[in-house]
Design a protein around this ligand. Structure first.
Ligand code: HEM
Length: 485
């Protein structure tokens, strides 16, 4: 009986041990694989790597994301490359985005290309180390408080309505991109510095364009290059801001704006104020971060609405309802935006599809793994928002413009047009509000035709924008729309 028992036991025991050992070996192998999985991709020759292929994509009408798209076709979702001496990895998944965002400042820090860093300045919120970032962000948040945004809404609405009326009266076609760049720029400058004089604004905008154009240039300080022009324009902008600070300190001018709120802190202890270099670098940063992003988003929204008339009709109905409930000619208030539930979904869907910021750059501060892939200290890790927003597993039929998909809640980290974590966009509310006011005035006042259907993208731009600038012609809605309900 005993013998049978012991025979039975070894019969069961031995294979179990073998299976167990095999399983442990497999798990170790897997774990090792996960720990050390090498990311496919070509680093190319030292320093330059694939810099020229990247710049070729930047200079093409398919846009810089084409560089990423081509490598995905070649290597799969994960790939690595080398640009300007730095190894870059594009993180394509929700899980990967979560790992990076959740470890911002701990394992990863912001990692901009040199020309981008040079253009915004080393005291910019985008470039400062963690120990300065928290204080700076807190102090810079003031202009984006509900109180400031509430003041901004009617002011922006007034300015926008007047400009649209003038364009409609002229009967001429105009480029939405140029128009939205101008209104976004003037709105932000007014809020930050109260500059409203047309020729000063034109000069500033001209220089800001040089600066943004240089952000993806080859960093060679040789006269005539894009980089050189960008750096020179930056110097002029800094000079203008510094002159304004001096005037305010001398009491030659005063205003209720962001700059004034910074200068009121002059007598505060150092950790409760920004020094002059910090103020000017961040004035520049806020204008750059806010203008071209918001303007591009507005342009894409107009384009998407033109291609999806049923969405446009539904949005118009919601906006007309808001107009009907207000006294004739009244300006929008912040509270009105709360009733724009479909409008908010149109804004969300626009930001998902347009991917105004294509990816979010970080640098690994240590060796680590993301989703089992080995990342080495010093590598650039780019959270690929575009790939995440186009993932068919998360967004059914991802290339269809469908605001109603936002009737449902999104999984964390699957919708990240404003980033996430400690570096979430500072201007998130201002951007949404600007877009909603624009959509309201456009759809409740006008219909439009797009006058150029060309889909090619602007060259040398780090933000995808139509090369045509999306020219449209406005037609005023007739009064019957106001009475229909
Ligand atoms: C549709 C418009 C906008 C979009 C899509 C957008 C998107 C983003 C994203 C994705 C980030 C985070 C990037 C990262 O994690 O690396 C960011 C950061 C930032 N944004 Fe925006 N943004 C918009 C408008 C604005 C506006 C209007 C302003 C201000 C006037 C602004 C100011 C900033 C600043 C200062 C940061 C840096 C925050 C930090 O590093 O702590 N943005 N934005």
């Amino acid at each position: 009986m005993n013998k049978i028992k012991s025979y039975d036991a070894s019969f069961v025991f031995l294979p179990s041990v073998v299976i167990g050992v095999v399983l442990v070996m497999m798990m170790q192998w897997c774990r090792k694989g996960r720990k050390g999985s090498e990311i496919p991709g070509k680093l190319g020759i030292p320093f330059l790597g694939e810099t020229f292929a990247f710049l070729a994509a930047v200079n093409s009408t398919r846009g810089c994301y084409h560089f990423v798209r081509l490598r995905r076709l070649r290597y799969g979702k994960w790939f690595k490359t080398r640009i300007l001496g730095k190894t870059h990895v594009y993180v394509p998944s929700v899980e990967g985005a979560k790992t990076v965002f959740a470890n911002d400042f701990v394992v990863f820090n912001k990692g901009y290309l040199k020309p981008m860093r040079d253009m915004v300045g080393k005291k910019s919120l985008l470039c400062v180390p963690q120990e300065m970032h928290g204080r700076m962000r807190r102090l810079l948040s003031d202009p984006f408080s509900m109180n400031s945004i509430s003041k901004f809404v009617p002011k922006f609405d007034h300015e926008l309505s007047e400009r649209l009326k003038r364009l409609e009266n002229s009967g001429k076609s105009f480029r939405v991109l140029e128009f939205s760049m101008k209104v976004a720029f003037d709105g932000i400058c007014d809020m930050l510095t109260s500059i409203t004089d047309a020729s000063t604004l034109d000069q500033l905008e001209h220089d800001i364009t040089y600066v943004t154009d240089a952000m993806l240039s080859f960093p060679l300080m040789i006269p005539g290059t894009r980089y050189y022009k960008g750096m020179k324009a930056r110097e002029r902008l800094i000079e203008t801001f510094k002159a304004k600070i001096t005037k305010r300190r001398n009491g030659e001018e005063a205003s209720d704006d962001f700059l004034q709120s910074m200068l009121q802190r002059d007598s505060y202890p150092p950790n409760e104020k920004l020094d002059d270099e910090e103020i000017v670098d961040n004035l520049l940063t806020l204008i750059i971060a806010g203008q071209s992003t918001t303007a591009a988003a507005i342009m894409w929204c107009v384009k998407f609405l033109d291609e999806n008339k049923h969405v446009q009709d539904r949005l118009r109905e919601e906006q007309l309802q808001i107009l009907r409930n207000k006294p004739a000619g009244a300006l929008l208030k912040y509270e009105d935006l709360m009733s724009m539930s479909y409008g908010s979904k149109v804004v969300k869907e626009t930001l998902r599809m347009s991917n105004v910021l294509l990816w979010y750059p970080r640098v690994a501060l240590d060796n680590c793994t993301i989703e089992g892939y080995e990342i080495k200290k010093g590598w650039n890790v780019n959270i690929d928002a575009t790939q995440i927003h186009y993932d068919p597993d998360t967004y059914k039929d991802p290339m269809r413009f469908n605001p109603s998909r936002f009737d449902e809640m999104q999984k964390p980290y699957s919708y990240i047009p404003f980033g996430s974590g400690p570096r979430t966009c500072l201007g998130i509310n201002m951007a949404k509000v600007t877009m909603l006011v624009f959509l309201h005035r456009l759809t409740s006042g006008y219909t439009w035709t797009v006058d150029d259907e060309d889909l090619s993208l602007e060259r040398k731009a780090h933000i995808p924008r139509l090369r045509s600038g999306c020219p449209i012609t406005l037609t005023r809605l007739d009064d019957t729309y106001m009475t229909n309900s």
